[in-house]
Design a protein around this ligand. Sequence first.
Ligand code: NAD
Ligand code: IPM
Ligand code: MN
Length: 358
Amino acid sequence: MKNHRIAVIPGDGIGGEVMPEGLRVLEAAAGKFNIEIEFTHFDWSCSDYYLKHGQMLPADWFETLKPFDAIYFGAVGWPEVVPDHISLWGSLLKFRREFDQYVNLRPVRLMPGVPCPLAGRKPGDIDFYVVRENTEGEYSKIGGMMFEGTERELVLQESVFTRTGVDRILRFAFELAKNRPKRHLTAATKSNGIAISMPYWDERVALMGGEFPEVSWDKYHIDILTARFVLTPDLFDVVVASNLFGDILSDLGPACAGTIGIAPSANLNPDRLFPSLFEPVHGSAPDIAGRNIANPIAMVWSGAMMLDFLGNGDPRYRAAHDAIISAIEAILVDGPRTPDMGGRATTVEVGAAIAAAV
Ligand code: NAD
Ligand code: IPM
Ligand code: MN
């Protein structure tokens, strides 16, 4: 039996509330399927580490985390005290980049029992993946300011698209689409307005599409794509997007499927040279923090994705993943629910119910 070492970073706000529920469910699943996991906790957040040290991470964070098999991450951000670009570029975005987690895989699924804000939609109608490029694109620190404080003040912020970076995310998305029910890929673009990077992206999509004759593909400008998420979500199977477009689509998709409180994500280094990171799509939600009402399902589902990735094809891990998803489904149909889904249950009640169902 292999012993997996997981770095646990609960972070800020509701991160610290949903994390114990994620761990509770992982422990239940690991116990049931005889998987040995060892958790090591790190207090790397705004509210803890930053207040004490004036930075988000210790200098040796890379060497400290590298030997771990995965990172289980809650959420970081306390904007009243630490500007978001400082806290996020000081932690999460560093992990994604320096551990080369170039895939951000974000399932979007309308689950049985979840009230859907789109009229007439039932489970099965919304079931796709957003595959988000996670290390380059519009997220960059290249640029600067000139003539600061004057009328001529000028701000420049560059985007970065490399052939390697674009091709590897497209290949991952096409490979995923190949094994999906509709075998269909949709590329987000904006080649009408963003006149250099997006035509380049389109060109690489077309070339990659040529390597996957079994996958049908199309592309939409990001503006109309957001409208289609609302109007015709049943058309999608795998949606591949640049870093920023993928960020936007992966909040919009889960909102169309009921609540961002259940949306999970996997920040993957598919080559397994570095640890991958598993976290909810949502943030630290300062508006509801400290009230024990956050939905823990995104955290729990992210844990299931982590088990599946750790197993690397091992059926026992797949079974553990499936058991967690079935438990989530059972609770959504007929169990306690948090206020974001119209219920009155607490974070802990929902977490405990899922763990018991596993
Ligand atoms: P957010 O996702 O934290 O919250 C958006 C809205 O969704 C809020 O009304 C919140 O109450 C609600 N919500 C989020 N998660 C929920 C849950 N599990 N259950 C019920 N309701 C939930 O986004 P924001 O308000 O834009 O950001 C707040 C902070 O979190 C900022 O500092 C931001 O930078 C940070 N953030 C961090 C991450 C991350 O660490 N991965 C992701 C997004 C935002
Ligand atoms: C996400 C978040 C992050 C992102 C923020 C917190 C930097 O919104 O994981 O979706 O933009 O990637
Ligand atoms: Mn986001």
